[in-house]
Design a protein around this ligand. Structure first.
Ligand SMILES: Nc1ncnc2c1ncn2[C@@H]1O[C@H](COP(=O)(O)OP(=O)(O)O)[C@@H](O)[C@H]1O
Ligand SMILES: [Mg+2]
Length: 366
């Protein structure tokens, strides 16, 4: 019921579908030119030295290829990959167990590394730098720390929130790759590649149509492709062309810009119920029948990035594009977008908290 076609996360079933589409080498990895070049230098240098690579961190929003790159690091190094994640490491002991079982040269992938427990983080700094952990034996006054040498390994971390990583941990990565949203052209390349792996016939217009609705995110592009393929097989000619893409994505309520039902419900409430805001997040969430956290983490980042929603100290506001996207005309006395952009002169509805020259209505905050 709550399953969203354009959500950026992936569940179990989807992970299986995804692994079939994962690029296995850097040359297969679409886009992210800068990260690819930098990473290939790091890896080539390590290979030339015949030593494990420096530790690597990948940072960026969900669905852009962090896990894929972690696997590529291992395969390019010809090393086995061990996987765990921040949430799975709630005690230093959990991490000690993983680290002490590593083999020389192995790649340890820690997903969502920002969610690891604090004591484990501290153990990790030392392990990364000195290849050593201190295992505490016994309890209380009789406890002793026994240093345990670790084989040289490569840590690959992934995080959607690089800002939450403590500096000492961040600094111990020899290289950080910042992944950015993909251009529509890059998404078309991703789609072509996936279509050929899935044995789906995809036309150029079909690819452009799907790419344009994929929020700059390969995971979403691949997901939409699978749904359009279903439609084409059941209702269409089997070919994923523009009309199949349009018809299928209409069924799934994904619009031309990649907004889905929740996104539109938020914008609709903002404009029609609250005249363009400002309105508080929790009020907005109640009106659309969702948890505030869902609205904030799932719908808002994309809407803010698209310039369809503004976050201000007094609440969420509609921007000029918001009205247009819903096919509405902004009210002449629109308190929100227009006025905010005019700045402090138009003081008619600025509250006391509005710091002068403060947070712009359009500043992406996520
Ligand atoms: N640059 C890319 N080229 C081709 N496919 C990609 C690329 N980046 C991501 N994908 C595909 O998108 C899906 C999600 O990627 P993933 O690495 O799991 O993202 P993340 O770990 O950042 O959430 C995978 O199926 C992957 O194959
Ligand atoms: Mg991942």
């Amino acid at each position: 019921m709550n399953e969203r076609l354009v959500t950026t996360g992936a569940d179990e079933r989807e992970r299986a579908a995804e692994s079939a589409l994962r690029p296995h080498g850097l040359e297969e990895f679409v886009g992210q030119k800068v990260v690819r070049e930098q990473l290939s230098l790091v890896l080539d240098a390590a290979k030339a030295r015949q030593a494990p690579s420096d530790h690597v961190l990948f940072s960026g929003p969900p669905g852009l290829g962090k896990t894929t790159l972690a696997m590529i690091v291992a395969s390019e190094m010809g090393a086995p990959l061990r996987q765990s994640s921040g949430p799975a490491i709630q005690h230093a002991g959990d991490l000690a167990a993983v680290l002490s079982s590593l083999d020389e040269g192995e790649v340890l992938f820690l997903d969502e590394i920002h969610r690891m427990a604090r004591p484990a983080e501290e153990m990790l700094y030392i392990a990364m730098e000195d290849f050593r952990v201190d295992v505490v034996v016994g309890k209380g006054a009789g406890a002793t720390a026994i240093p345990l040498e670790l084989p040289k390994f490569t840590l690959v971390g992934a995080t959607t929130r690089a800002g939450l990583l403590p500096a000492p941990l961040r600094d111990r990565f020899g290289f950080t790759g910042y992944l950015d949203f993909y251009t529509p052209e890059e998404l078309v390349q991703v789609l072509r590649r996936s279509a050929s792996l899935l044995g789906v016939q995809l036309t150029a217009e079909g690819a452009a149509e799907i790419g344009g609705r994929s929020r700059g995110t390969p995971r979403i592009a691949n997901r939409l492709l699978r749904r359009v393929r279903d439609w084409a097989q059941v209702r269409g000619s089997g070919i994923v062309d523009r009309s199949a893409a349009r018809a299928a994505l209409e069924v799934y309520e994904v619009d031309e810009r990649g907004l889905d039902r929740l996104d539109r419900a938020v914008l609709d409430a903002l404009c029609r119920r609250f005249g363009g805001g400002p309105v508080g997040l929790s009020t907005l969430a109640v009106v659309v029948g969702e948890e505030a956290e869902t609205v904030e983490t799932v719908a808002e980042p994309f809407l803010v990035r698209e310039g369809l929603l503004g976050r201000t100290p007094r609440g969420r506001i509609a921007l000029p594009d918001t009205w247009g996207h819903l096919g509405l005309t902004p009210p002449r006395d629109a308190p929100a977008g227009a006025a905010w952009q005019l700045g402090p002169e138009d003081g008619s509805d600025e509250g006391p908290q509005d710091a002068p020259g403060g947070s712009g209505a359009q500043g992406p905050t996520g």
